[in-house]
Design a binder for this molecule. Structure first.
Ligand code: ATP
Ligand code: MG
Length: 266
């Protein structure tokens, strides 16, 4: 049985359009019948152009938006059938990492307080000494020097800030990480460091991961399997290498053709 199974998921939004004299309510089918499954320890790459519904799909899986229809089955449990307090508990098992760590971190909190707060979400109040050890360990896990724990987000570089955001996501000991464009705002040289870190974490912690990007080049390196989304639907799905070597769908072929080719000297 898959760790996470999504069945015919639909997330629609209503949007007012038309004139003020003749208003109409338009339905935006951001996620329009998506089914997919993810095995434990797998990295699934979710790709597609801007506006195709990637973030809406992930926010629905995170239970931040209620789906219009369909089901999300985690570990054999249909989340829609659980009472809200159980869903809140499960939510600790999945954490998100976003594109812009600066916006997602509280600028007034030191790394220590950011991570301590996230650890407490799972463990409640932890004795000070133990908390210090846990924070230091988390920082080391993501490649940050624990001596920087009293620093604030603005004192770090973009790559280091994304490491803090990853450490915060790891703090409640999640089983699933959804990373929504986590390297899109970073320099190319820093991107590969963060991708390597995510790969290492999957191996060391046995994490399951959904990695969202519009960049097929990035996801090829990381994902075991790739799902291509277009206008709220999945148009192609396959093992990463197979999809790259032999894309079936015309839209996937177009995405692949758009990957910039690096010259041998680059
Ligand atoms: N809260 C909302 N209310 C109304 N429409 C929304 C809402 N959130 C998303 N949408 C619409 O749903 C569609 C999918 O948006 P979504 O943000 O999921 O796309 P995306 O694939 O993540 O795009 P990007 O690559 O730019 O992040 C878009 O048409 C968007 O305008
Ligand atoms: Mg998005």
């Amino acid at each position: 049985m898959a760790y996470l199974e999504i069945r015919d998921l639909q997330t629609h939004f209503k949007k007012r359009s038309g004139s003020i004299f003749a208003p109409t309510l338009e339905t935006i089918r951001a996620v329009d019948g998506v089914s997919l499954s993810i095995e434990r320890g797998e990295i699934l790459g979710l790709v597609g152009e801007s506006g195709c519904g990637k973030s809406t799909l992930s926010r629905t899986v995170m239970q931040l938006i209620r789906p219009t229809a369909g089901s999300i089955i985690l570990n054999n449990e249909d989340l829609a059938l659980l009472p809200p307090w159980e869903v809140r508990k499960r939510r600790l098992d999945f954490q998100m990492v976003f594109q812009d760590p600066y916006a997602s971190l509280n600028p007034r909190m030191t790394v220590y307080s950011t991570l301590a707060e996230a650890i407490s979400q799972r463990h409640g109040s932890v004795p000070k000494r133990q908390m210090q050890d846990r924070v230091a360990h988390l920082m080391e896990t993501v490649g940050l020097d624990p001596r920087f724990q009293k620093k604030y987000p603005h004192e770090f570089s973009g790559g280091q800030r994304q490491r803090i955001a990853i450490a915060r996501a790891l703090a409640p000991e999640p089983k699933l990480i959804i990373a929504d464009e986590p390297v899109s705002a970073l320099d190319v040289s820093i991107q590969s460091q963060i991708l390597n870190l995510l790969k290492k974490l999957r191996t060391e912690l046995g994490l399951t991961m959904i990695f969202i990007t519009h960049d097929l080049g990035v996801v090829r390196y990381l994902a075991d399997r790739i799902v291509v989304m277009y206008k709220g639907k999945i148009v192609e799905e396959g093992e990463a290498d197979a999809l790259f070597n032999n894309p079936q769908n015309a839209y996937t072929q177009k995405l692949l053709a758009a990957i910039p080719k690096l010259s041998a000297s680059a």
